[in-house]
Design a protein around this ligand. Structure first.
Ligand SMILES: Cc1cc2nc3c(=O)[nH]c(=O)nc-3n(C[C@H](O)[C@H](O)[C@H](O)COP(=O)(O)OP(=O)(O)OC[C@H]3O[C@@H](n4cnc5c(N)ncnc54)[C@H](O)[C@@H]3O)c2cc1C
Length: 382
């Protein structure tokens, strides 16, 4: 395995880094306070080819692959984690439709997601009583003469209320358990779709997290992705890939926090010397830098395997578990290194600690990642 990025991967990474430096970092503190959804930024990212990086180019994506996607996600999350998660979900939705829907359905939605016309995509799987256990979902799709009528409540939907295109999971055959779940492409502005509430969160204030209600939302037979009954398998497959995105998001947030901590520790003096020269501070920063490096290598391996079309579920779960748990610790160390100044809004580490917390929860909690990993160990896959 070659660890050196290709020219194309480097170009995507540089483009994302430049955008983060120029646009995201200066605006992130204000967005954290205002909670403004980054519509303009997402449209600009689309123009730069960064909204659907791993989506095939024949459908309007950048076709740059999962490694490039992971590198870009890290840069965007270092700039503003709220913008990064909007990109991550849009990329995931566009890729899911591109690779699994009928060519006509893919052509109808994916180019408009990639171009930013639909700002953005939404992945509507979770429900108030079905998060870790999505097979417990209650949203129901009932057959009509020409399609389906979908009714139910979806909870925690990132980009909810903004998304022009949603993938919505619903039960099409209540007698078939998880094999009775199907995935539909739904117009985010379709009659019957409404935002019941917007969540007020600990962090990621620039990311919209909505409870969506669907009331007799009508879609055609051609809105089903793949075939009826395939929805659960599609969700699990998409989440495997999504975990690389969230691992990358956590790495980016942690990298920003660690950089801030090193800068601060080189400047701040106590007892007559820079605090980085106190061994206790140096040791904390050394641990953080080591965890960050290990996380980046794990994410890179999972992304590489996915790109090579090799099994990557175990590696993605391990990367997400390790990267998010350690990103949390890294952000905590970064805050500690700042002393009292870390606890206030003047420095970015306070926001980083709040923003990073959710990476241990969404797209499968750490407990669920351990279940995936242990199940694979049981099956003899290391
Ligand atoms: C900001 C935010 C954005 C989100 N965006 C989206 C989105 O865009 N689309 C979407 O569909 N969902 C989204 N989610 C939902 C997210 O994926 C779920 O919150 C997550 O899967 C956990 O589900 P839950 O909240 O229902 O917790 P629960 O499933 O109720 O879990 C509660 C606790 O029990 C633990 N637990 C559950 N089952 C087990 C088990 N078998 N063994 C051990 N421990 C267990 C969990 O790890 C957790 O600690 C988002 C969530 C948040 C907070």
């Amino acid at each position: 395995m070659d660890l050196a990025p290709t020219e194309e991967q480097l170009l995507v990474q540089r483009t994302a880094r430049d955008f983060a430096e120029r646009v995201l970092i200066p605006k992130a503190p204000a967005r954290d306070v205002s909670g403004e959804f980054p519509t303009a930024e997402l449209k600009e990212l689309a123009k730069l080819g960064l909204l659907a990086i791993s989506v095939p180019d024949e459908l309007g994506g950048a076709g740059a692959g999962t490694v490039a996607y992971s590198l870009a996600m890290q840069e965007l999350a270092r700039g503003d984690a709220s913008v990064a998660v909007a990109v991550s979900v849009t990329n995931m939705v566009a890729e899911l439709i591109a690779l699994n829907a009928s060519p006509a359905l893919a052509k109808q939605w994916v180019p408009r997601l990639a171009s930013g016309e639909l700002v953005t995509g939404a992945f509507a799987l979770s429900e108030p009583e079905a998060g870790s256990d999505p097979a417990a979902m209650r949203t129901l799709a009932t057959k009509t003469a020409s399609g389906w009528k979908i009714s139910g409540t979806k909870q925690w939907i990132t980009n909810g209320g903004h998304a022009g295109c949603m993938v919505v999971w619903a039960v099409t055959d209540p007698s078939a358990g998880h094999k009775g779940i199907s995935a539909f492409v739904v117009d985010g502005k379709a009659p019957g779709v409404s935002v019941a509430r917007l969540e007020e969160k600990l962090g990621l204030h620039g990311s919209a997290t909505a409870q969506l209600v669907l009331e007799n939302v009508e879609v055609g037979d051609d809105a089903v992705i793949g075939a009826t009954g395939r929805g659960f398998a599609l969700a699990m497959m998409a989440l495997d890939g999504g975990r690389i995105g969230i691992a990358s998001q956590a790495i980016g947030i942690a990298r920003g926090a660690l950089e801030a901590a090193v800068t601060y520790a080189k400047d701040r003096k106590t007892f007559g010397q820079e605090i980085i020269k106190h061994q206790a501070i140096g040791n904390m920063l050394a641990d953080a830098a080591t965890w960050l490096d290990a996380s980046a290598l794990m994410a890179l391996r999972a992304a590489f395997l996915k790109e090579q079309k090799k099994p990557f579920s175990q590696e993605a779960a391990m990367a997400k578990l390790f990267a998010t748990e350690h990103a949390w610790k890294i952000c905590d160390i970064a805050l500690q290194v700042h002393g009292g100044y870390g606890y206030v809004r003047d420095f970015p580490v306070e926001r980083a600690l709040r923003d990073v917390r959710v990476t241990r929860i969404y797209e499968g909690t750490s407990e669920i990642q351990r279940i995936v990993i242990a199940r694979n160990l049981l099956r003899g896959l290391t």
